[in-house]
Design a protein around this ligand. Structure first.
Ligand SMILES: [Zn+2]
Length: 686
């Protein structure tokens, strides 16, 4: 993945315009996407020597000219383009809401948007939409009744209730979709928040407890009771956190693959009636399950312990709180505000709620992304852009083949498998070949909460319906306007939504140098993920299978450790260093991706005589174009969350960490041994 996806987007999806209007600059729907060049001279800081700090040289001006808006945790070239895309989608949605003689797609996206924008109606309903679920939790009089009720809650209101379930490709057989039971049940963004003992973590837990108290009193609990409940809820979540794998452990697909029969899962967690639970999730009439993946068996043992030892009132309080916090973004303003205050302001330092139009646009993208995305693609993504991206991708794959063939540390047998995998990768560019069919999803113009729930259960049913059917290899995991890209190891495909192929990332008005540096390096980045610490464990068919000789695996580990040692030295914020065991997959993709893009660009310009532009020679323009994708400003609070949760390094490390390993860069700028951008020993994996 190229950009960092953060939890705050999900936690703060709804906000009231009344509050935000005073603090966020007034914006209007965009009729056309704004243009800014992919190599921007005003973003430079010419007072810094590129050989001293290339990131500051390339992005210093950008950082100065682009303060973080009050509704954002961070601000970056990617975030700014995301915001532009959203403003453009806003115009599409307003038109769909008002249009006469609407198409079924316009009806759905338009009515969803206007129901979301009608905050007066949402506020008038108060907590009414939540009352049936709260009443059901209150009516649970025995422990077995409570445990049985978890199945229905999972099915009806998406949230964090003890564990998660769903479907996925079988890790060792990518042609088969199986059910998955996975760790979950936490309110804070990571298990580390519960287990760390430093003062900052202790304070955050206290603030989280205060948030729980606040929400519980808002649904009518006396304050004393709410305080007792908050302590009980934190105790349950702490037990679950202690049994959860760390993010670094979860990077090892073997650690999250434990296929077993339903009977085995029943023996592991006898308190839960799994045949009943699974039949509640599955669509009616579907076949019973023989086996499933229990991603973290030790975690499920902790669930069993909590469900059988915690007092019934504590378990009820846990469900009551999680139902409420899950619904908070979709009900009245006071709940949205309480959730924003903790998850966005306290945790990430964001002063102001995003304006309502932005929250609603994001929510339509989440619920009806491929309906909204069709219009975005039609208006922003030309066949010419698709053709150019395809050409670039082909050149970068050819560069990867050359690199693999030339590796001095890999045996011929492993190389053969690596090339087989490379050639099997599918390139998906812009948007899906077949659009998702939303015809069975009903959207009402005056029932926002209902629309959110219907869209969630539509999505849920879609996932469970995949059981027993052939894998749909045309499916996308991101919507077309998304400013991001990804590699999926089980599909063995790389995916570039139309949203990421816009200026200033891909710039049709500029020449190849900045475009190969920027978008080319993104393509190379995703391709390299097929061969990072995680991706390399899957073969050409997307199956978890070791195709490496032990000596080659060691050769890889030695090289990736070089990268880990380098990045562990970078400081994120305060005295917190990069956890490079978490980020090395992304770091290796950044380094390898840039080199591949450089090789592809050399191929593209061979026999062409390129002249300097704006005082930069062609190689320099490639590297400045590359660096300027990563320009960013970040709030310290958000950096602390990133340090625990984000597998991507901060922007400065993603640029300086890369170029210090590339002699091609040092040559381009004439950097000398001893300067900070020249490392004594370079790390090279690919
Ligand atoms: Zn990535």
């Amino acid at each position: 993945m190229r950009a960092s996806l953060t939890a705050f987007a999900a936690a703060t999806l709804f906000a009231a315009a009344t509050f935000a209007a005073a603090q966020v600059p007034v914006q209007k729907p965009l009729e056309a996407m704004p243009y800014s060049p992919s190599l921007d001279l005003s973003s430079l800081d010419r007072s810094t020597d590129p050989c001293t700090d290339f990131y500051q040289f390339s992005c210093g001006g950008w950082k100065k000219n682009n303060p973080i808006p009050s509704d954002q945790a961070a601000w970056s070239v990617y975030a700014k383009l995301t915001n532009d895309n959203q403003q453009f989608l806003w115009g599409i949605l307003e038109a769909a809401a008002k249009a006469k003689d609407r198409t079924p797609t316009q009806q759905k996206i338009g009515d969803y948007f206007s129901a979301c924008m009608d905050t007066a109606a949402i506020d008038r309903r108060g907590i009414d939409p939540l009352k049936p679920a709260l009443a059901r939790v209150a009516a649970l009089k025995t422990r077995p009744a409570l445990i049985a009720a978890i199945a229905g809650i999972h099915h009806e209101i998406p949230g964090a209730y003890f564990f998660n379930s769903g479907t996925d490709q079988d890790a060792v057989d990518s042609n088969t979709i199986i059910a998955v039971v996975e760790a979950g049940g936490l309110g804070l963004p990571d298990r580390d928040y519960y287990v760390k003992t430093d003062a900052k973590s202790v304070t955050i837990r206290e603030q989280y407890a205060a948030y729980i108290v606040k929400l519980l009193t808002m649904i009518g609990e006396p304050e004393n009771q709410a305080k007792t409940d908050a302590a009980a809820i934190l105790k349950i979540e702490t037990a679950l956190a202690n049994a959860s794998l760390t993010r670094v452990e979860r990077r090892d697909p073997h650690k999250t693959y434990h296929k077993m029969s339903v009977a085995d899962l029943q023996a592991l967690t006898p308190a839960i009636q799994w045949p009943v639970y699974l039949s509640t999730q599955r669509p009616p009439g579907s076949a019973t399950l023989a086996s499933l993946n229990v991603a973290q068996p030790e975690f499920m043992k902790a669930v069993q312990t909590e469900l059988t030892t915690e007092p019934l009132p504590a378990l009820q309080a846990y469900l009551r709180f999680h139902v409420t916090t899950a619904a908070a973004p979709s009900i009245s303003h006071a709940f949205q505000q309480a959730q924003f205050d903790f998850f966005s302001t306290t945790l990430r330092g964001i002063p102001a709620m995003p304006p309502r139009w932005k929250q609603c646009t994001r929510q339509v993208d989440r619920s009806l992304g491929e309906a909204l995305g069709q219009e975005f693609v039609r208006l922003t993504f030309s066949t010419d852009m698709k053709a150019k991206t395809q050409l670039m991708t082909g050149q970068i794959e050819a560069a990867m083949q050359m690199e693999i063939e030339a590796l001095d540390w890999m045996s011929p047998d492993t190389k053969k498998e690596a090339l087989r995998k490379l050639h099997a990768i599918r390139n998906k560019i812009g948007y899906p070949d077949t659009w998702r069919d939303y015809s069975t999803l009903t959207i009402q113009p005056a029932d926002y909460f209902g629309n959110v729930l219907h869209a969630a259960s539509f999505q849920d049913a879609r996932e469970w319906n995949k059981l027993g059917k052939p894998v749909d290899r045309n499916e996308w995991g991101m919507t077309p306007p998304t400013v991001n890209a990804y590699f999926n190891p089980q599909m063995n495909d790389i995916n570039f939504p139309a949203g990421v192929l816009q200026p200033p990332l891909y710039d049709a008005k500029l020449d190849d140098a900045p475009n190969y540096g920027n978008t080319g390096a993104t393509i190379g980045h995703e391709l390299t993920h097929a061969f990072d610490d995680e991706g390399r464990q899957f073969d050409a068919d997307g199956n978890l299978k070791d195709w490496w000789t032990p000596a080659d695996a060691k050769g890889f580990e030695d090289r990736i450790n070089c990268v880990r040692d380098q990045y562990a030295n970078y400081v994120i914020v305060d005295d917190i260093h990069i956890n490079s065991k978490l980020t090395s997959g992304e770091d290796v993709a950044d380094i390898g991706g840039t080199l591949l893009a450089y090789i592809a660009w050399q191929k593209q310009i061979e026999n062409k005589r390129l002249m300097p532009v704006d005082g930069f020679n062609p190689d320099q323009r490639f590297f400045v174009g590359m660096a300027q994708w990563a320009c960013e400003n970040n709030r310290p609070e958000n950096l602390r969350v990133s340090a625990l949760t984000n597998p991507h390094s901060p922007g400065f490390a993603r640029i300086n960490g890369v170029v210090t390993n590339l002699p091609e860069f040092q040559q381009a700028f004439g950097c000398k041994v001893g300067q900070p951008m020249v490392k004594a020993k370079v790390c090279k994996v690919w």
